[in-house]
Design a protein around this ligand. Structure first.
Ligand code: HEC
Length: 218
């Protein structure tokens, strides 16, 4: 065997530094026997091994998908944004004016998903708690009753009080989200419970674009 070390410049045969040539060929094309470095081969097989449980966990199992992560992060973002709406009052005027405020509704949806969906179902279609997407209610006569119930609960009937856990802005935006679910009739929900009530008041917008403070029912 001739010298293998590139440093040996005295070696007369320069070709001896080249890797051996494999003894097969195609159309006269020859191939060096030049294996991938060991670190590369290790990294490759580690990736293959990592991929199998990753696939099972995230694509078939319980791991949250990228889509769900994105939704969650956006929800948290909108919830944060709603804090910029200021100190919201749990009254009818505020709730009605928030019905078409994207920050409030998406932030409210996020709070709902985290705290309420376990009993009221995803999207409020009802589970142990009543369906909030129909047009009938058990305890609600006017829109501000929603915020009062969320704040104080109906503890004896299994609806917790959220006033301790959520701050007032959070109570108001989740209530606005719940008010907005009315009449959306989500799929696969629980049957109607309660009695029909008057529609929510409409949002009288003053000519300068700000919602007026008092709202009279329809
Ligand atoms: C532990 C289960 C549970 C959780 C969690 C829960 N609720 Fe309820 N909720 C109920 C039950 C049960 C009722 C029905 C009470 C009754 O029979 O009058 C109810 C009633 C309501 C009502 C009144 C519905 C009506 O028809 O009168 C609203 C509004 C409401 N919940 C909103 C929420 C919101 C918003 C959240 C999250 C912040 C939430 N709930 C979390 C169980 C729950």
């Amino acid at each position: 065997m001739t010298a293998e070390h590139p440093g040996h410049s005295t070696t007369p045969d320069a070709a001896s530094d080249e890797p051996p040539i494999l003894d097969h060929g195609y159309d006269g094309i020859k191939e060096y026997d030049n294996p991938m470095p060991a670190w590369w081969t290790w990294a490759f097989w580690l990736c293959v091994l990592f991929a199998a449980p990753y696939f099972v966990y995230y694509h078939m199992g319980i791991g949250s998908s990228m889509h769900a992560d994105y939704e969650g992060e956006m929800g948290a973002f909108f919830e944060q944004q709603s804090a910029l709406l200021g100190d919201l009052q749990p009254d009818a005027a505020t709730l009605v004016s928030l019905l078409d405020d994207e920050r409030a509704i998406k932030g409210g949806a996020n709070i709902f998903k985290t705290n309420c969906a376990v009993c009221h179902g995803q999207g409020g279609v009802g589970q142990t708690g009543p369906n909030l997407t129909d047009d009938v209610y058990l305890n609600i006569k006017s829109i501000e009753d929603i915020a009062a119930i969320v704040q104080d609960g109906l503890v004896a009937k299994g609806m917790p009080a959220w006033g301790q856990k959520l701050n007032r802005t959070q109570v108001v935006i989740v209530s606005a989200y719940v008010a907005g679910l009315r009449g959306t009739h989500g799929d696969g929900g629980k049957g109607p419970q309660g009695t029909p009530i008057e529609p929510w008041p409409t949002d009288p917008i003053a000519t300068d674009g700000t919602p007026v403070a008092t709202i009279t029912g329809p």
